[in-house]
Design a protein around this ligand. Sequence first.
Ligand SMILES: Cc1ncc(COP(=O)(O)O)c(C=O)c1O
Length: 392
Amino acid sequence: MQTLIKTSIMQLLELYRQDPRADKLNLTAGIYMDESGTCPILDSVREAEAFRVQNQSSKATFNLTGAPDYQQAVRTLLFPNMGGSGETHHVQVIQTLGASGALHLVGKLVNHYTPNAKIWLSAPTWENHPAVLNSHAGGFGHYRYLPAHLDEVSLDTILADLESAKPGDYVLLHACCHNPTGMDLNLSQWTKMADFCAERHLIPLFDFAYQGFAHSPERDAELFDAFKERVDRFLICNSFSKNMGLYDERIGALTLVFKEEEQALDWNNTAKRLIRSSYSMPPTHGSFIVSHILNDPDRCARWQQELAGMCNDLHTRRAAFFTELANAGIQDQVLTYRQQQGMFVMLNLSEQQIDTLRERSGIYLLGNGRISIASLRTEMMPRFVEALKSVI
Ligand SMILES: Cc1ncc(COP(=O)(O)O)c(C=O)c1O
């Protein structure tokens, strides 16, 4: 039997492609698919693209960290209430190649400023985190991300593990829709986390790849207020791959939120040098789409409706899947949490059960038991649950 514990999602996708079975089922990738099995282009995105084709007057624009319109759009999306006097932090937005590009840039920046600092990752976490962050020399720490009970993550365990972190270390936190568990800290837990980071001088590093998929873009960003009130600096890596469906445009941002203006500007300048010496400057198509939509209230409202449509679909499918598990009498055995958000559900399965599902039934899921509910069409649920039942 081929063991796939350490197999990456890309290798699994290759095996899936080679699998000749007509009824094979790919539940690996975190890509939103509608009930017809396609990843749609949003109407708001199509309109923005059409507008650009008609109106773009030049391709000679050069902004190392992105166009000001794009930076404004990201700033407003992350901090809807920001502006006016009394702001405590300086916010610098740097356009990146998706959240992956933002994380990679963070790795380089951390290495530049504090090569001995560790980056603490949740265990489990997104399988690609160590790889995209690996340009920093300080290595990784790990904090356990475990259930306190069916409806809550254990913050006590997280904080107990982070006791070993040193001042100046970074803590990577999934701002919402934790990958792979789908279970997030609640606002009161975020506040405690912010207090903890402030006391220990730890620097929060947010992966915000799923903004809008838990509740709404504004509500999912609420936790940042607690951090602004408590910590001197934090970093946010966000993405428009998922919430605008712009996967292959590679568009996201690294946002620096620093109390000290001089430091923010210094980091921004270093980021410019790093960008110039690697890919020179970012592409503009995706960033145009984002700013065209977000900087106009009507277009933004239309996009929010489309995003809400995707989210509601995921909520409905998750509920249907949970019901199907309950009807089969295996819900308690299979689910770690009752209240997951976003694209993923983590199933309590052994590596052997996961291998058997793939080999016997052509059902592909990650070696840690993560499935993407966004790839599980309602009509496929009975077959999937039956296959699950057969391996338990
Ligand atoms: C937690 C997490 N972070 C980052 C990413 C990468 O996002 P992007 O496509 O914007 O690079 C993903 C996508 O799979 C993810 O799940």
